[in-house]
Design a protein around this ligand. Structure first.
Ligand code: ATP
Length: 264
């Protein structure tokens, strides 16, 4: 029996806010990647769709990096959402999604922070990852498939496989699962609708209030190579990381660069 065996589409929908009532909900025991599944079906989707998997066998992060999970220990889902174009309006979307997840966690009694551009941090280690992938829609809009993986518990074997310090939320693992998913989906739906209207600008302040490494000396790495060093000073209205360097203030676009604390 998986940790998700008590999930049903009807029970999730029953707990959702009205802003999420139009989201179709799919549950599956196992798949390669919920993001890959939905990306392959964007053209056929009738509307926003949430796909939740009990286990992923080929979960992925940015730049083809793996996202590892264990059946019963992780909450993994993807949400396909249609946005007005053009594509460049979606640059800050992973950060807005981080705000939605972090605000939901806080509302459930678990304070978390955000690490630019796409990680949720608890007690200094990664608790959840976000992967946004996009596909042009025929109407000029864009489908975004927003993947989220949250560590509810962290079995020793999984932590060893990941090979770095990670965190989990056993407190939320105890929570009635349909209510937990509904809380996440309701907040996400509200944030995505707002983002589609306004873009990232109104989220910058909310993101900065949750910034894990504000004022810390950090390194920007590209495939392990040091690109920039400086003091992390939050994000701007586009979601770029502001870095105070010896040469002045620099804006970093996310691309595929990684962020590390300087002493790591
Ligand atoms: P980084 O975390 O290295 O700064 P990133 O934020 O871009 O890069 P992602 O691509 O979002 O990372 O996620 C993939 C990385 O997350 C993997 O390389 C691995 O180190 C880590 N990881 C994989 N599975 C988990 C998990 N269940 N919990 C926490 N971290 C994980």
């Amino acid at each position: 029996m998986t940790l998700h065996s008590d999930l049903t589409s009807a029970a999730i929908a029953a707990h959702c806010a009205t802003g999420a009532a139009h989201v179709a909900i799919e549950l599956i025991d196992e798949t390669g990647s919920t993001n890959a599944d939905l990306l392959a079906r964007c053209a056929q989707l009738a509307g926003p769709t949430l796909r939740i998997a009990g286990q992923q066998t080929a979960g992925r992060g940015r730049a083809g990096r793996p996202w590892l999970s264990q059946s019963g220990a992780s909450l993994m889902f993807s949400l396909a959402w249609h946005f007005q174009g053009p594509l460049h309006r979606l640059v800050g979307l992973p950060l807005a999604v981080g705000v939605a997840l972090a605000e939901t966690m806080a509302s459930l009694g678990v304070p978390v922070q955000l690490k630019w551009p796409n990680d949720m941090i608890k007690d200094g280690s990664k608790l959840a990852g976000i992967l946004v992938e996009t596909q042009q829609a025929p109407d000029g809009g864009v489908w975004a498939v927003i993947g989220c993986g949250i560590n509810l518990t962290m079995p020793d074997a999984l932590e060893q496989q990941i090979g770095r310090s990670v965190s989990a939320v056993p407190w939320l693992a105890q929570m009635e699962r349909n209510t937990l998913v509904a809380a996440l989906l309701s907040r996400l739906a509200a944030v995505l609708a707002e983002f589609d209207d306004t873009g990232f600008a109104p989220f910058a302040q909310r993101w900065n209030a949750l910034h894990a490494w504000q004022g810390k000396q950090v390194n920007i790495l590209d495939d392990g190579k040091l690109l920039q060093q400086g003091i992390a000073a939050g994000v701007d209205q586009l979601g770029r990381l502001l870095l105070e360097t010896d040469g002045g203030l620099v804006q970093i676009m996310s691309g595929d660069v990684s962020l590390r604390l300087a002493q790591e």
